[in-house]
Design a protein around this ligand. Structure first.
Ligand SMILES: [Zn+2]
Length: 144
């Protein structure tokens, strides 16, 4: 296993654990997403699974307002996840320049075939990550 990819998976796993814990505390049901370390789970599949968890945490907030108030750490867990997703390549986990909204790094863009790249870039998690970056950028511009 490529040590860089392994390290990136460890990060993904950390976010996955935090999000699953919150979902379980709020809904009372175990969140069963595929572990990013399960054999055969590619980095991009793990990336997608973790992004979907963060999206479901955000989505559930409207329906479980009281429970979410009791677990205020949900917001930072979801936000930290999207910060990580926005700063690291979706397919190799390499760190990318901050807030560039690229999703996939340059070498991976060259390596992937057009259909695969398109699938990643137009997926739910990519769109949510881009929305997060746009939000953060908007806030930064409002401050300056
Ligand atoms: Zn990459």
């Amino acid at each position: 296993v490529d040590p860089k990819l392994y390290a990136a998976k460890q990060h993904l796993y950390k976010y996955q654990q935090a999000l699953e814990r919150i979902l379980q505390e709020i809904t009372g049901k175990p969140a069963d997403s595929v572990s990013v370390f399960e054999p055969g789970v590619s980095y991009v599949a793990g990336w997608h699974a973790v992004g979907m968890l963060a999206i479901s945490v955000w989505g559930l907030e409207a329906f479980h307002a009281t429970e979410f108030e009791r677990h205020p750490q949900w917001e930072s867990a979801a936000t930290e996840t999207f910060r990580f997703l926005s700063e690291h390549c979706a397919t190799c986990g390499a760190k990318m320049p901050e807030l560039r909204a690229r999703i996939v790094c340059e070498p991976c863009r060259e390596r992937l075939d057009a259909a695969e790249l398109n699938r990643i870039l137009t997926g739910t998690v990519a769109r949510q990550t881009l929305a997060y970056v746009a939000d953060v950028r908007g806030d930064l511009e409002a401050e300056s």
